[in-house]
Write a protein that binds this ligand. Structure first.
Ligand code: ADP
Ligand code: MG
Length: 698
């Protein structure tokens, strides 16, 4: 676009390099383009005033109109504070300053009416506002914008007079200069169809709205644009890949047929069959597959992965499957090896703890093509791991892997890029999936294997622990096994948390002297973890005390009870993942969420949600609403979620519409050659190649 938006902020009137530097450091704003897209995070409704007598603790920031009656310096030295009493017709409010006391004392005028803005609290039953923002009533010009923008700022910036007001002043100046430089970025057709406000007007209105309706129209326009460009980019990548990247054709299935007829011990669910059909269609299309397989915990993704690998083997190609943890890789390997052995397929395992001598053999067999399938962890990515003909790569529980790792696997076949299947057991809300994986094709397993009983989930307070122990004992007597999980994060575990776990382990060994207890946590060596897991799997131990290392994928069908300690400290998706460790056999399974009595509103919602539903997709939606997309597992590294106006938790409808619009545009005019689409084309061409968010002005 024009160079105007690349102008350094320091060139604005009243700015200098020092202030510009702080702005850059604190808020990452360098250019006019950055600044003009520093949108207000809320607006102050200058038409709404509270009565002083209605102020209470639970109100957010509010505005009152009150006249200062007295001001007084109280206390000495560092404890000194300024207390002013201000009145409106309904009562009195105390205004208090702890900092800049002397300055405010001088500045504040008795008998002056102010607009007072701040967070009210009750102090000894009387309303009080600490460090309010004040404005003399006479200063507020009639007819000024009723919705006043509030910009995020920082303490450092405030010292440089760049609080929300200071930024507002800069913005007003910049918008005047910028007005002729905003180009329309959407086609007339889209603007008309979705009744969008023109770009230039939206940029003015979002900062200084003339009414609530205009603000809403401006926000809608900018959200639509933001999501539209994200989707356009993803869909274009997908189309380009489809056009450009050839894939190996896997159409022969002799071993698979034999497997279905003679080896597979159960019937596939309809959903599994449908997904395998999707994959087979990709395999025979001559194009590289990029498919995301979403399926709730226990829905049977592993067997789908194995069948895909089998098809690759039937066509002379090798495949690898990457898991995020060693335990999980072990389990996949053990599970798949049984089948592979019966079929005469050679499968290997490569993890961080594979011995050098074994590695050498594996590397050799991979290069010669003798090994058909490889299961492992990140160790698979190492450059020394080379295949004769890698045709398929599968990533399990993908949210732990980044895009860089995806591409690393691609490079393992220099001739034809391997097909890619990404599997995730953390159901992702549709909106998020469309944004994170919008360039992938998606298959969903939305059905559990027949005969599974829904897991019964209950919430119990810590004071009922003895009863919970009693229940565990009953279950163990019936031949079942139990997990007890503590909130402890693998890498960042602190000593205090570690102590929770070991204390828990001791109290359980004391409470269950007649049974054997395993323990697994992140500080153990892989070999020790594995040893304990294996004992539990063979039912040599009846209780597994563990941290979240068992969260992902581990499968012990005989385990029927999952007790989660301090459940209020886990995220919702994580609780759901943990619960998925039971309910894998034919027995009725239980999940018991333990917590103290003191619960925040969000923790309560999380626990109630878990008790109410087993549906992973529903849980994912609620998780997104509670936490916002940035905090959801593994989404942090994705710049795509760094949105300026749109909110994936709330703007699902706009997202769906904008994606449909983007798809329609690409179908109709894939090269953006038509005259009416030149706005869009020009905008895309103005972007640096590395731009993640295509809606940004840069
Ligand atoms: P996830 O989707 O969570 O990875 P798994 O692939 O580990 O689930 O499958 C869970 C369990 O269900 C495994 O023991 C697997 O053998 C079994 N399973 C998978 N598909 C079926 C099916 N169609 N019928 C019965 N059991 C199945
Ligand atoms: Mg799995």
């Amino acid at each position: 676009m024009s160079n105007f938006f690349n102008t350094k902020i320091a060139l604005l009137r009243g700015m200098d390099t020092r202030r510009a530097d702080v702005l850059a450091k604190e808020l990452n704003l360098f250019t006019y383009g950055d600044l003009v897209q520093h949108y207000p995070f809320r607006y102050l409704d200058r038409t709404q005033f509270y009565n002083v007598c209605d102020l209470h603790d639970d109100l957010p920031m509010v505005q009152v109109k009150a006249t200062v009656r007295t001001k007084e310096l109280l206390g000495e030295g560092r404890k000194q504070r300024l207390v002013a009493k201000a009145q409106d017709a309904s009562g009195e409010v105390e205004l208090v300053w702890f900092k800049g006391v002397k300055w405010f004392e001088k500045w504040l005028k008795n008998h002056q009416e102010y607009i007072v803005f701040g967070k009210p609290t009750l102090f000894n039953g009387k309303p009080q506002i600490a460090h309010p923002e004040l404005e003399e009533v006479s200063e507020v010009k009639p007819g000024a914008s009723f919705l006043q923008p509030v910009y995020s700022s920082t303490d450092k910036l405030r010292n440089f007079n760049l609080d929300t007001k200071g930024i507002g002043k800069l913005m007003a100046q910049l918008l005047k200069l910028a007005a002729p430089h905003f180009h329309e970025t959407l086609s007339g057709e889209l603007i008309q169809r979705y009744a969008l406000m023109p770009k230039a007007e939206a940029m003015q209105q979002i900062h200084f709205p003339q009414s609530a309706d205009l603000l809403q129209a401006a926000r809608f326009r900018l959200k639509f644009e933001e999501l539209f460009y994200i989707q356009l980019k993803l869909l274009r990548q997908k189309t380009e890949r489809k056009v450009e990247l050839a894939g190996q054709i896997f159409d022969k299935v002799p071993t698979l047929t034999h497997f279905y007829k003679n080896v597979l011990p159960f019937d596939l669910t309809m959903a599994q069959k449908r997904v395998i059909h999707d994959i087979y269609k990709d395999f025979t299309a001559g194009k590289q597959m990029n498919r995301l397989l979403q399926g709730d915990v226990g829905s049977g993704k592993t067997i789908v992965a194995f069948i895909s690998m089998l098809i690759a083997a039937d066509n002379g190609a090798q495949s690898c499957m990457m898991a995020p943890t060693e335990i999980l890789a072990d389990q996949h390997y053990e599970g798949l090896k049984k089948f592979a052995d019966m079929l005469g397929i050679k499968i290997g395992k490569l993890t961080g703890s594979t011995r050098t001598s074994e590695r050498r053999v594996l590397h050799e067999q991979l290069r010669s093509g003798e090994l058909h399938m490889l299961v492992g962890t990140h160790a698979l990515l190492e450059d020394v791991v080379q295949f004769r003909n890698l045709g398929l790569t599968i990533m399990d529980e993908q949210h732990r892997f980044g895009v860089a790792q995806r591409s690393k696997l691609w490079q393992k076949n220099p001739h034809v890029i391997p097909h890619v299947l990404v599997m995730t057991a953390t159901p992702i809300p549709r909106t998020l999936a469309m944004t994170l994986y919008g360039d992938l094709d998606v298959s969903v397993i939305d059905e559990l294997p027949a005969g599974r009983k829904p897991i019964v989930t209950v919430h119990r307070f810590d004071s009922n622990r003895l009863k919970v122990f009693e229940f565990m004992r009953q279950q163990i007597r019936l031949g079942r096994q139990c997990y007890v999980v503590y909130p402890l994060i693998e890498e960042s575990e602190t000593m205090a948390e570690y102590k929770d776990l070991t204390d828990g382990y001791e109290s359980i060994t004391r409470a269950f002297p007649e049974y054997k207890v395993s323990i697994v946590h992140g500080r153990m060596s892989a070999a020790d973890k594995d040893y304990e897991m294996q004992r539990f799997l063979r039912n040599e131990t009846q209780i597994m005390v563990a941290t979240t290392v068992i969260e992902v994928g581990v499968n012990v069908p005989n385990a029927s009870v999952m007790v989660i300690e301090s459940a209020e400290r886990f995220g919702l998706s994580q609780l759901h993942q943990l619960r998925g460790r039971v309910g894998r056999g034919a027995d009725q399974s239980y999940c018991i969420l333990m917590s103290g009595y003191k619960l925040s509103k969000d923790s309560r919602t999380r626990l109630e949600t878990m008790v109410r539903t087993n549906n992973g997709f529903e849980i994912a939606d609620i998780d997104l609403k509670l936490r916002g997309p940035g905090d959801l597992m593994g989404t942090q590294q994705s710049g795509v979620l760094d949105l300026l106006v749109a909110d994936l938790a709330k703007d699902g409808k706009i997202l769906t519409e904008s994606r449909a619009a983007a798809q329609e545009l690409l179908n109709d005019d894939p090269n953006l050659a038509k005259a009416e689409n030149q706005n869009i084309r020009r905008h895309i061409e103005s972007l640096p190649a590395t731009a993640v968010n295509w809606s940004r002005i840069s």
